[in-house]
Design a protein around this ligand. Structure first.
Ligand code: UD1
Length: 418
């Protein structure tokens, strides 16, 4: 589905809101389900277009997949193909996560590159170097990455950068390898811990997720299991910021506050009141926000996936703020759109300098990617007049019913499907 959100600005958000399961946990866990014999049940699976594509990927491989009442059942007893075509990988970059799982399960995987990069260049080099160390032979042919290994063998892998996807792909490949694999400088994100818990429930032997060195002792086979996905920390952070910028008073339930600590700390610096009680985070927005500096970093640093939403907040904060994006080179596309709404943002490479303005004004803007898109919805909430956010298919990749959820809190958003 595509379309636009028409956002009428100026409404204070008040009330309670619950968040869904983490998109970035569900996707690798779905890929991991391909490793099991027997039925796997994954609970708390949100209805997102990224999840829909991953379902297509699993079905394409031969798995039987059912998704009802946020419960996803996967039976991967009869995997028929190890080839994932470009029509699917183009829709979802994270579909490359099935590479490790298919390699472990079938001894080979043939996954289309999402967009013409060649082996060794950026987006998958760490994944591939690690798989090679586990004994896989890698070739590039006709836009596909072909990985093959009759038997993967445990290895000592040091990641140059704690890549989330590479850590996950290597965990998936290593669980059925012969011997022990050590992944050093591994990503520490909560989604990695969730994947470890899921793999262990299937009978794997994985330790160390969340602390930087992951040790995987290979086992012979894995069985289906039941697992509940952790709450989406990026969705939590997005609603926290929505409350802070609208001088709101919103309680976000079903959260794990520890997962959003860097966001809590920064919001408190802006003058917002943040009250944490068990799995609920209440955010009360101040009458005037203070400027702060942000630098995105791997977990537990400030998440890159919350940088655009925070930039929206800083556009209307008093004084000047500096946002440094260290994870992705090209993650300031929302800045140009925010400027159309009256924001004062100067870009210099990976740094954005934001001078707070008294108010934003409604405009026609375009969601260029998932988090940039949601940042514009937040901007629309506080802008004077009407903001039209076009191309919302990006937002639907990662937010379930965001218009309905924000409207429940007092926002006025109309969704127009095209
Ligand atoms: C995951 C998240 C995404 C989040 C990101 C960083 C999922 C489905 N997506 O993406 O929402 O923004 O973590 O927290 O979980 N890199 C390389 N070579 C590689 C792999 C990555 O150079 O082989 C680079 C990337 O280009 C990027 C950086 O490392 O600049 C971080 O990427 P990575 O941690 O791998 O992010 P993803 O797993 O793609």
């Amino acid at each position: 589905m595509n379309g636009k959100y028409i956002v009428m600005g100026g409404n204070r958000l008040v009330g309670k809101i619950s968040v869904g399961g983490a998109k970035n946990s569900v996707l690798p866990i779905m890929a991991a389900a391909l490793l099991a014999e027997g039925k796997t049940t994954i609970e708390n699976v949100p209805y997102l277009s990224d999840v829909e594509v991953m379902k297509e990927v699993l079905r394409h491989a031969g798995a039987v997949v059912e998704h009802k009442h946020r419960r996803l059942e996967v039976e991967a007893d009869k995997i028929q193909t190890s080839e994932i075509p470009e029509t699917l990988t183009r829709k979802l970059r994270a579909s490359n996560l099935v590479m490790g799982a298919l390699l472990a399960r079938m001894g080979k995987a043939n996954v289309a590159y999402p967009g013409g990069c060649s082996i060794g260049s950026r987006p998958l080099d760490l994944h591939l170097k690690g798989l090679q160390l586990l004994g896989a032979e890698i070739k590039e042919k006709g836009g596909f990455i072909q990985v093959r290994a009759s038997q993967l063998v445990g290895a000592d892998i040091h990641l140059d950068f704690p890549s989330v996807g590479a850590t996950e792909n290597l965990m998936l490949a290593a669980v059925l390898a012969k011997g022990t694999t050590v992944i050093r400088n591994a990503a520490k994100e909560p989604e990695i811990v969730d994947l470890q818990n899921f793999l262990n429930a299937m009978g794997a032997h994985v330790r160390g997720a969340g602390v930087g060195t992951i040790v995987v002792k290979g086992v012979k086979s894995l069985r289906g299991t039941k697992h509940e996905v952790i709450p989406d920390r990026i969705e939590v952070a997005t609603y926290m910021i929505a409350s802070a910028i609208t001088q709101g008073d919103v309680s976000i339930t079903n959260a794990i506050p520890e997962h959003v600590e860097p966001v809590i700390a920064k919001l408190r610096e802006t003058g917002a009141e943040v009250i944490v009680e068990r799995d609920t985070i209440r955010v009360c927005g101040p009458s005037s926000l203070k400027s702060v500096n942000i630098k995105t970093l791997p977990y537990p640093g400030f998440p890159t996936d919350v940088q655009p939403q925070m930039m929206t907040l800083l556009t209307i904060s008093q004084g000047a703020s500096m946002v440094t994006e260290t994870i992705f080179e090209n993650r300031f596309k929302h800045a140009a759109e925010l400027r159309r709404m009256g924001a004062d943002i100067t870009l210099e490479g990976r740094v954005a300098l934001i001078k707070g303005v008294p108010r934003l004004s409604g405009a026609f803007v375009e969601a260029t990617d998932l988090r940039a898109g949601v940042a514009l919805v937040l901007a629309g909430l506080v802008a004077e007049g009407i903001t039209v956010v076009e191309n919302i298919s990006h937002i639907l990749r990662g937010y379930e019913c965001i218009d309905r959820k924000l409207n429940q809190l007092g926002a006025k958003i109309v969704c127009v499907e095209t």
